[in-house]
Design a protein around this ligand. Structure first.
Ligand code: CP
Ligand code: NVA
Length: 319
């Protein structure tokens, strides 16, 4: 019988952090997607290999999560490793222990650290002091694991990535930032439509434009959702009020009027457009039920793909 542990991951990013997709080349992104596809088919066929036997992932969650927590934990189990859920409520970091000490100590036990927190700077600090890879599981600025799952879902449903047009309607938030970067790296043209005052972070948008230019793709920013969806192959939205912005909810509901993804808004998109949402969703706010629960929607495939892309990331970065 073949030695299963001898099978190596296709992408070698050993020791690398994943804080934003900006740190990865288009080739590395493509290679991670290819490995995710392989891992997905191996899981389905029952031919999976325990690539991370004996390895441990620490998962620090300072914010709520359903998909990220479960998919990372199950992913480590499927790869033969182990995941620990670490709540700041129970850790000394929640009582003020410095991030530096937390990073240095955790790196003595773990093979990788995953963190979800509001502050991207905090994740950068953790990564700077950690001797093991740090994976960003959502900050105020980025959600790279989500964006990889988005690309995999588009590839599965459209049969390709390059040459498509993807449109993001809503808040210029963490999910939007990572999605736009991922699309640019994959050769997908993008347009993002936001109400005035809810544009993407200025520095991130500059990086999006730069990445799009490097990859010969378009990146358009507009306040007109109807115009943005014209000719779209993919339409994406996320909640209008992200975690940490709850006190702005009422103001945002007013500002985002006219930005709901519904049949009327989608009438100028390509007839076979794909609808994506990272979830959790608010039906009747950013998207109508007829769209998210309709034939164009691939949101549950997208959620499933979190598992497969994260397994590829873990296999690639862990020693
Ligand atoms: N999409 C996503 O990150 O979902 P969770 O907040 O449930 O992890
Ligand atoms: N933009 C959302 C994504 C949740 C997965 C938030 O930050 O709350």
């Amino acid at each position: 019988m073949a030695d299963k542990t001898a099978v190596q991951p296709k992408t070698n990013l050993k020791g690398r952090d994943m804080l934003t997709l900006l740190d990865f080349t288009s080739e590395e992104v493509s290679s991670l997607l290819a490995h995710a596809e392989q891992l997905k088919s191996e899981q389905i066929n029952g031919t999976a290999h325990p690539l991370l036997a004996g390895k441990s992932l620490g998962m620090i969650f300072e914010n709520a999560s359903t998909r990220t927590r479960v998919s990372f934990e199950v992913g480590m189990t499927q790869l033969g490793g182990h995941a620990l859920f670490l709540s700041p409520r129970d850790m000394q970091i929640g009582r003020g222990e410095p991030i530096m000490d937390t990073a240095k100590v955790l790196a003595r036990y773990l093979d990788a650290i995953m963190i979800r927190t509001n502050s991207h700077e905090k994740v950068e600090e953790l990564a700077a002091h950690s001797d093991v890879p740090v994976i960003n599981a959502l900050t105020d600025l980025y959600h790279p694991c989500q964006a990889l799952a988005d690309l995999l879902t588009i590839k599965e449903h459209k049969g390709k990535l390059e040459g498509l047009k993807a449109v993001y309607i809503g808040d210029g938030n963490n999910v939007a930032h990572s999605f736009l970067i991922a699309c640019a790296k994959a050769g997908i043209d993008t347009a993002i439509a936001v109400p005035t005052g809810y544009e993407p972070d200025k520095k991130v948008w500059e990086e999006v434009e730069k990445t799009a230019k490097e990859n010969n793709t378009k990146a358009e920013l507009t306040d007109n959702p109807q115009q943005a969806v014209s000719g779209a192959d993919v339409i994406y939205t996320d909640v209008w009020t992200s975690m940490g912005f709850e006190e702005e909810k009422e103001k945002r509901l007013q500002a985002f009027e006219g930005f709901q993804i519904n049949k009327e808004l989608c009438k100028d998109a390509n007839a076979d457009f794909l609808f994506l949402h990272c979830l959790p969703a608010h039906r009747g706010e950013e998207v109508s039920s007829e769209i998210i629960d309709g034939v164009h929607s691939a949101v549950y495939d997208q959620a499933e793909n979190r598992l497969h892309v994260q397994k590829a990331i873990l296999a690639a970065v862990i020693h």
